[in-house]
Design a binder for this molecule. Structure first.
Ligand code: NAD
Length: 460
């Protein structure tokens, strides 16, 4: 599905007209390409602490032009702010005001990235309040840490030109140069995070691999994607394959033709399977192990909507959504974790939704299932960590797909614009975020829900 309004306001006349009328002017986002995946311009690193120094070394290692003072730079590709050592709200001012002087120099597709520590407050991710090794904070320290969240999310709303702002939260006992911190920094700089805006990723431990090949971050892994015949699942399958994995696509028999086409294209076996089958987990394992000897990565993507206002809801609509969207995930994950045939660093990503974060009119059943995914992921994290792995959720906002094509046209236009990037995301945007979370570069990131929603204004 295409967004004709976006194309129109990026043409000469359309641009002028939208400017004169004060209409939204979404830009074409800077997306991942194998050659050249960094913002163009210098990277300004603000704040003085070990995390800023570690980030500078990583940035220099990627051959970027790193500067430590705003007045030294003309064209800024990204600003990285180290707030890991703030102790009181007053400590936020210096770097914030130095960023202020650099904002107008930010290039289109640029990035603002904060490095800070989690506080047990609102909206920093399900896992951050229960991290192992969390320090007892004074109210002033907690205020400073949580202040970074409010500031970053406001910056994200103020940016234009496809510039995004996201934050990395380092758990108290995580080293400044932990692989997950470097990996999250690389992800937020990359076109792989094009539609991720105003979000935080918490790095909870020092596991992972900082030297992952960024073009092929899942090279050599054996993966399964459910609901792969079309939409987001088909794109996840293709993106994981392009990123080095061998991917088995799974979908219902009714979608068999599209599934076989995709499997033939990628020269892999297809698995026709309803994920609500009580034996689904074992059938997935059996195929992966018989063909490739093990299973490393799973994407629980299969999902359905049966939207009705609660007053019109019936048992069948309620039950089918719960069965496909959450019960199947719980059952399959349980089977996988009980098996000894997973690879050494198993990683799972589950599809949630911003409806599961903020709720959505007419979607009580769907929102219950997707909020359930977020809860299940947080609770499964310590179990999979015992096996050296991770489980995370991705919560897409408005994504251009067959699912959202069903929304009436006028409502669809409005839904597309209600986010900081003023456009819907693409299946590729979701697939790229999933690919990162499945890579060893995301090793220390566990139990989180990452929203891929352009900072949707619906819900916090
Ligand atoms: P889609 O309807 O285009 O594709 C879903 C796929 O899942 C289909 O191929 C379908 O056959 C398959 N499927 C459904 N039930 C299944 C079952 N029981 N067993 C196996 N396969 C089954 O949907 P999409 O837009 O690509 O969404 C993919 C996922 O992303 C879903 O979990 C959805 O809830 C979530 N999501 C989508 C959006 C969006 O804007 N499109 C937003 C938030 C979340």
């Amino acid at each position: 599905m295409t967004d004709t309004y976006l194309d129109m306001v990026n043409s000469g006349l359309g641009k002028q007209l939208a400017g004169k009328l004060g209409l939204p002017r979404p830009v074409t986002l800077r997306r991942f390409t194998a050659d050249g995946d960094f913002p163009s311009g210098s990277v300004l690193v603000l704040g003085r602490g070990a995390a800023g120094d570690a980030a500078s070394s990583a940035l220099l290692g990627w051959d970027l032009d790193v500067r430590r003072h705003a007045q030294d730079v003309d064209r800024v590709g990204a600003v990285v702010i180290d707030y890991t050592e703030v102790d009181s709200p007053a400590d936020l001012a210096d770097a914030a005001l130095e960023l202020a002087s650099a904002v107008r120099k930010l290039r289109p597709g640029g990035r603002v990235i904060t490095l800070s520590r989690p506080a047990p407050g609102i909206g920093t991710g399900a896992a951050s309040g229960m991290l192992p090794g969390a320090r007892q904070l004074t109210p002033s320290q907690a205020a400073a840490r949580q202040g970074v969240v409010g500031m970053l999310r406001s910056i994200a709303q103020e940016m234009r030109g496809g510039v995004t702002a996201n934050g990395i939260l380092l758990a108290d006992d995580v080293a400044a140069d932990a692989p997950g911190v470097t990996g999250a920094l690389r992800f937020f700089l990359s076109g792989r995070s094009a539609y991720v805006d105003g979000q935080f990723l918490t790095v909870g431990d020092d596991r992972g691999d900082a030297d992952v090949d960024w073009v092929h971050p899942v090279a050599g892994k054996v993966a399964v994607v459910t609901g792969a015949a079309r939409g987001i699942g088909a794109q996840v399958t293709r993106t994981l394959a392009a990123s080095g994995a061998t991917v088995i696509p799974v979908d219902v028999p009714a979608a068999g033709d599209a599934l076989s086409k995709l499997a033939n294209e990628l020269r892999v076996p297809a698995l026709q399977l309803d994920v609500t089958d009580p034996q689904a987990g074992q059938k997935i394992l059996d195929l992966a192990v018989s063909r490739y000897g093990r299973l490393d990565l799973v994407v629980h993507n299969a999902g359905i909507t049966r939207d009705k206002m609660l007053a019109n809801m019936d048992q069948a609509k309620w039950d089918s959504v719960i069965a496909v969207n959450i019960e199947s995930q719980l059952r399959i994950t349980e089977t996988l974790l009980a098996s000894d045939q997973l690879g050494p660093a198993p990683r799972i990503v589950c599809l949630a939704s911003t409806s599961g974060v903020a709720g959505n009119r007419g979607q009580t059943n769907y929102a219950a299932s997707k909020a359930g995914v977020i809860g299940a992921v947080a609770a499964t994290a310590p179990l999979i960590a015992e096996k050296g792995g991770t489980i995370n959720a991705v919560a897409p906002g408005f994504i251009e797909s067959d699912m959202t094509a069903k929304i009436p046209a006028a409502r669809r236009q409005i839904s597309r614009r209600l986010n900081s990037l003023q456009q819907g995301g693409t299946p590729e945007d979701v697939a790229q975020a999933i690919t990162f979370l499945l890579s060893d570069a995301a090793g220390g990131i566990n139990g989180q829900t990452l929203r891929v929603c352009g900072q949707s204004l619906v819900g916090a």
